[in-house]
Write a protein that binds this ligand. Structure first.
Ligand SMILES: [Zn+2]
Length: 92
């Protein structure tokens, strides 16, 4: 079995997206890192879904103030990111 092309030092992985998202949404990421993150998300369905869900969760949390993202939800989102090779889901 041949391994997939090894990511270079300038690429980032899905789990790193999760770590960087908060800074990204706050606009505090360096331009270089932000571009890498955006570049990754453009080609990564799970991360798009994660970003959309995360944004929604943050908006809701902002409106409701001290409401936190439920741990279960967060873990579920992270599980999606940790399993990018999951079987395809039917589209439509
Ligand atoms: Zn990703």
């Amino acid at each position: 079995m041949s391994e997939p092309v090894a990511p270079g030092p300038t690429t980032i992985e899905c789990r790193q997206i999760a770590d960087l998202l908060n800074d990204y949404l706050e606009g505090s990421l360096p331009k270089h890192t932000r571009e890498l993150l955006e570049w990754h998300i453009e080609g990564c369905g799970p991360c798009v879904a994660f970003l959309n869900t995360y944004r929604g969760a943050v908006n809701a949390a902002t409106k409701l103030k001290e409401v936190e993202i439920p741990r279960e939800l967060k873990q579920r989102l992270l599980a999606v990111l940790r399993n990018p090779q999951a079987p395809r889901q039917p589209r439509g």
